[in-house]
Design a protein around this ligand. Structure first.
Ligand code: APR
Length: 233
């Protein structure tokens, strides 16, 4: 079985109606990262940060996987598939993907402010109250990797990429590190990389055979995956 690693960014969820970050209508056009997505922001203005993620969570509860997420999940019928996502939504899981690694955290989880390993699922609703506490007595915060924080899942993600026979990259500007550097951890220069993105992610440093399918995820992914299935299933 071919080992296929799918590395996704906000663009894979754009066709489900979730805003990306850096497109013209993206989230970072309306919010400043330093107000809502840094440890300093959480210390300075906790209410604004928690409200920002409450809004993201509330919005995500109304969204459904699109044809791109579904095509990735269906690939498990004939390939050994691992998804690595920068996204904090759970649309890959909703689509049926069994192995999903979240590099930047998950909206439907909270963690203790002082112990990153004390993690809780949010089982109903969207609202984190400001004074909710973890078992260790610390306040809870969104289970999100903020800018300036380390990315604990990066090393396991590198290991997964290094075992790929094929790497599919979808809907990411490749502008945020270390996540973007994952594309350099492929085993050797022969591993083919497919990019599905209607825009122009930063691929200047990629030396592997690269095929850029300049389509939306919901269109380009089913096409690409059908082609790979004909070749390798
Ligand atoms: N289908 C596929 N790709 C799309 C679509 C679509 N319908 N619409 C837009 N895109 C592409 C854009 O062309 C762009 O390359 O999705 C990409 C989105 O890029 P970003 O907004 O930068 O999102 P991402 O790369 O996931 O951001 C990385 O930045 O702020 C953080 O932590 C956040 O995980 C996120 C990280």
């Amino acid at each position: 079985m071919k080992r296929i690693v799918v590395f996704t960014g906000a663009g894979v969820s754009a066709d489900s109606g979730i805003s990306t970050f850096r497109d013209a209508d993206g989230l970072w056009a309306n919010y400043r990262i330093e107000d809502v997505c840094t440890p300093e922001a959480l210390r300075r203005d906790r209410a604004t940060v928690i409200e920002f993620y409450n809004m993201r969570r509330r919005e995500s509860l109304t969204k459904k996987p699109n044809a791109g997420h579904l095509a990735i999940a269906a690939m498990e019928e004939w390939a050994d598939v691992q998804v690595i996502t920068q996204n904090v939504d759970n649309l890959h899981e909703q689509a049926g993907s069994k192995r999903v690694l979240h590099l930047h955290g998950e909206l439907m989880k909270l963690r203790s402010e002082s112990n990153p390993n004390l993690i809780y699922d949010i089982n109903d609703g969207w609202e984190q109250s400001l004074d909710a506490k973890a078992e260790d007595g610390s306040l809870l915060r969104p289970y999100i990797v903020f800018f300036g924080e380390s990315v604990p899942m990066f090393e396991p993600a590198c290991q997964i990429v290094s075992e790929a026979d094929i790497l599919i990259v979808v809907g990411t500007s490749l502008a945020v590190y270390p996540a973007a550097s994952l594309v350099y951890y492929v085993r050797d220069r022969q591993v083919p990389i497919y990019l599905v993105d209607p825009g122009n992610p930063d691929t200047a440093m990629i030396r592997n055979p690269l095929t850029h399918i300049k389509e939306r995820g919901a269109v380009g992914l089913p096409q690409l995956i059908e082609q790979l299935k004909n070749e390798f299933a």
